[in-house]
Design a protein around this ligand. Structure first.
Ligand SMILES: C[S@@+](CC[C@H](N)C(=O)[O-])C[C@H]1O[C@@H](n2cnc3c(N)ncnc32)[C@H](O)[C@@H]1O
Length: 266
């Protein structure tokens, strides 16, 4: 848990980079698919810099959003982003999404953008969400398909391994297929499961733009063991190999997203 906090506190400053605009795109879509309205109460778990909370708060104009995250750094950015949008219906809490502390049967929606796969105990998290949801309320989360960030992510891991750091970025694999998401939701007792897929990729211009993605996401934590010299060399070599992927429109960054929704039984 402390490594998640230190990772996201470190990336908070650069997380809203335009090179990572798939985060706000996907946040808007997650909130839109939830069909939020009016006076509803929404819990945004792993809220990060507040993209999902902002989209939900705009839809629930007379309702309220509770945004929770483990990282104080991410939440501080979320509060700034919320003020920029002149929204007054979001509250922020440093809280573990695996064990949410709110009233039973309180929320109309629980949403989680690209956060659930970080949990060490996903079932525990989902059961705690279910407890605070009203009967019939909706849960919705986003996760990445394995085609996302390919081949950049593979090049990154292969190079890291060549440096003697035999790591992989396994967390996202926990929810990277329709079957895994379905199984996860049904094991926690949710029903009416609906899962859709959307490609949200785009071209970035340079290898440095991809480095922005590495440096401002959890991928950065895989670089922790490199010395300063190794990191400098790694960055130059990796940016060059990604730059070599460029075609006329730039370097295509594939982002293929699963949106999983379900309901708490009545
Ligand atoms: C990739 S960011 C996603 C942020 C935001 N939801 C979005 O869609 O842009 C993942 C977030 O999950 C948070 N997180 C990871 N594990 C968590 C947990 N157990 N409880 C609460 N937040 C958690 C991290 O601190 C980070 O802010």
């Amino acid at each position: 848990m402390s490594s998640i906090i230190s990772t996201f506190d470190a990336v908070a400053g650069g997380y809203d980079s335009p090179n990572m605009r798939f985060f706000p795109f996907a946040a808007d879509l997650l909130a839109a698919k939830a069909k939020i309205f009016g006076r509803q109460k929404i819990l945004d778990v792993a809220a990060g810099t507040g993209m999902v909370s902002i989209a939900a708060a705009q839809m629930a104009s007379t309702g309220r959003v509770m945004a929770i995250d483990l990282s104080a750094g991410m939440l501080a950015k979320a509060e700034v982003n919320c003020r920029k949008m002149a929204l007054t219906n979001i509250d922020y809490f440093e809280m573990d999404g695996q064990d949410v502390e709110f009233k039973r049967n309180y929320f109309d929606h629980v949403l989680c953008g690209f956060g659930l796969f970080f949990f060490s105990d996903i079932q525990k998290g989902l059961l705690s969400w279910k407890r605070v949801m009203k009967p019939g309320a909706k849960v919705g989360f986003s996760s990445f398909l394995p085609s996302s960030f390919s081949p950049m992510a593979e090049l990154f891991i292969t190079r890291l391994q060549a440096y003697g750091y035999a790591k992989d970025f396994e967390v996202a694999q926990k929810l990277d297929s329709v079957e895994k998401c379905e199984q996860t939701l049904s094991s926690a007792g949710f029903e009416n499961i609906q899962i859709s897929q959307q490609s949200m990729g785009y071209h970035i211009a340079t290898g440095r733009d991809w480095w922005d993605v590495v440096w401002n996401t959890a991928l950065r934590s895989l670089l922790d063991n490199l010395s300063d010299d190794e990191l400098e060399r790694f960055q130059v070599e990796h940016m060059a190999e990604v730059e070599a992927l460029a075609v006329a429109d730039g370097i295509y960054l594939p982002v293929d997203v699963l949106f999983s929704f379900a309901e708490k039984p009545d």
